[in-house]
Write a protein that binds this ligand. Structure first.
Ligand code: OAD
Length: 234
């Protein structure tokens, strides 16, 4: 059994890359083909809601077709074996949930949920969102947006995440470029509280706050780290 008792894992788009979902900043990634200010801000939704809905409808379709890979499955397998486990994801797909992870703090929201900009109620999306939709709660037209945290908005579950970061003894970042805050600052919080810090990513990192870096494909290095190195059961 692992020497670590309180583990916080942060995942980014790289963990879903081998499931066929585009990352944001790799060559040909989502931010090569779309401008953030056209599709990922509240202002963009006010200005061109059709374009924003099309962008997220496409991403929802892709996520629905994708399957969890060995890295998602490994994290789900380890969760019940760990004394205190916190999985934070910047991803808006549901691959952790479909892999069997019980508690996922999806800090940037979820593609399969909507938010009404008029009454602020949330709900699940079964198909696509359009600017013709009527809110099932307040009955206004064209007020449903994807429940995604856009640039300029506050990420979700931050209190819970901070509490766990300040108490963890191991922090593992997987498949994230570490460019978007506050997630990019989590390693610093964990480190300040004397946690061991590990980066599992395709590329290395020059961030000196990580005690250990393992490079490779998530589907290989995540199981290798948790099963072979930390001793969790497959
Ligand atoms: P990025 O696209 O910025 O970074 C993805 C990271 O995954 C890169 O460092 C890649 O090297 C790595 N990677 C790619 N394929 C991999 C693989 N098979 N195995 C392991 N690692 C791999 O994505 P994020 O860091 O998740 O926010 O981006 C953070 C946030 O920026 C996103 O949540 C999104 C975006 O703007 C919002 O939309 C609010």
């Amino acid at each position: 059994m692992s020497q670590f008792r309180r583990i916080v894992v942060l995942t980014g788009a790289g963990i879903s890359a081998e499931s066929g979902l585009s990352t944001f900043r790799d060559g040909g990634g989502l931010w090569d083909n779309h401008r953030i200010d056209e599709v990922a801000t509240p202002e963009a939704f006010d200005l061109n809601p059709d374009l924003v809905q099309r962008f997220y409808n496409q991403r929802r379709r892709a996520a629905t077709k994708a399957q969890p890979n060995a890295a998602h499955l490994c994290l789900a397998q380890v969760e019940p074996q760990c004394e205190h486990w916190t999985l934070v994801s910047q991803n808006v797909d549901d691959l952790h949930q479909r892999a069997g992870s019980q508690h996922v703090l999806s800090m940037h929201g979820q593609l399969d949920q909507y938010l009404c900009v008029n009454c602020h109620k949330e709900g699940n999306i079964t198909g696509e969102l359009s600017t013709q939709d009527v809110c099932p709660h307040c009955h206004k037209v064209a007020t449903l947006r994807p429940r995604i945290v856009w640039f300029g908005e506050m990420p979700l579950y931050l209190d819970d995440i901070m509490t766990n970061l300040m108490a963890c003894d191991l922090f593992v970042a997987i498949g994230t470029s570490g460019t978007v805050y506050p997630a990019a600052g989590f390693v610093e919080i964990a480190k300040r509280n004397k946690a061991h810090t590990v980066m599992l990513n395709l590329d290395g990192t020059d961030n000196l706050l990580f005690d250990k870096t393992i490079t490779g494909q998530a589907s290989q290095i995540v199981p290798a780290y948790f099963y072979d190195e930390l001793g969790f059961k497959r």
